[in-house]
Design a protein around this ligand. Sequence first.
Ligand code: SF4
Length: 443
Amino acid sequence: MSKYIKDRTPQIVTIGEDQHDLACEKKSAAGSVSQRACVFCGSRVVLYPIADALHLVHGPIGCAAYTWDIRGAMSSGPQLHRLSFSTDLREKDVVFGGEKKLYSALTELIESYKPEAVFIYSTCIVGVIGDDVEAVARRLSNETGVDVLPVMSEGFKGTKKDGYKAACDALMKLVGTDDNYLPPKYSINILGDFNLAGELWILAEYYKRIGVEIIACLTGDGRVEQVRKCHKASLNVVQCSGSMMHVAKEMEKKYDIPFKKVSYFGIEDMSDALYEVAQHFNDPELMANARTLVSEEIAKLIPALQPYRQKLEGKKAAIYVGGAFKAISLVKALRLLGMQTVVVGSQTGNKDDYNLLQKICDKGTVIVDDSNPNELSDFVKQTGADLFIGGVKERPIAYKLGLGFCDHNHERKEALAGFVGMLNFAKEVYASVCSPVWKFIQK
Ligand code: SF4
């Protein structure tokens, strides 16, 4: 452990070797070039899938380019979210302030695009020069009648997780603004699914088959009008708890809506997600429908997975993703393919997630919070991993080390949720790990 930055050692544990509890939920250590994204990026990845809202980045052009279309979030209708608007703040604005520029940009954009709502994202420089984004938003809301919502996400003010909270705070200003809606008998909201590669549509079909209707998905394939009425649902089903737990807790407090934390990755967790929702409504018909759905899907899936399992049996995987809850599902899904997880970590995991990871992983597995490229490269080499599962920042690490890579982050274009997603996952892992190209790499 001595070769890692001293401040980082509490955030690294090897099962069976280290005795200490894993430290987490801390600011990144200076000099460690964290894999984490900034606060602004955290808020943008959460809100960006609301497809009929206008998203304006108040800051230099680089912040907007860095997060442009950052999620593979698909929309079944409007595509306004895919445009990356920025006030393009420059030296002159830093000296004289950017409020006028923000006001005139938004006046023009609202006139041209007539959005259902507007999100203004504050970036580092806005925090430094002190523009009053809230006052500009208020003025524009009054003048145009469109909800203009400031997202207080100055990049430097915390971790990516603080960006999630800033996004939730902005979202809560819209929740409950339509009180006239009459909800169906069994209704839920899905929180923390981002409709990557159309995954929400797979889940919506499952829920429909068991007899449950989705009022809103926050925020995948999202619409402002759904957010306004989602307080009428009977249950909030939270997938990405890191990003959306704050909204779930606020809605429980304000509207008395309970929530359940689920995962849609892998057979076990997908089945549990359906059973838990059926159980909540306490209707035997819903539970019977869920059981039928699960057994039908598993009967198709297991034989289809078999050829991939044969090729992948005994291979080792390293995982580094945004939230640790997703990593737990991935460890189980890899086990189903006969693979062992040897490194696992996340950008924003909490104590409960890491405790569970320590319980389910094998002896010798390295568990790490808020890692950096040097550490990850070392762990992968030490443990002899054949596959790296991560996002855009981990891809080059994997390829430079000459091992297979599977994108399981918000940039991906492959649906990996649900039963059909498990098969896609097996195909992708197989194609990457067993690619003949690795024969030509000198390790
Ligand atoms: S908000 Fe700050 S840290 Fe984030 S991309 Fe912009 S300049 Fe970089």
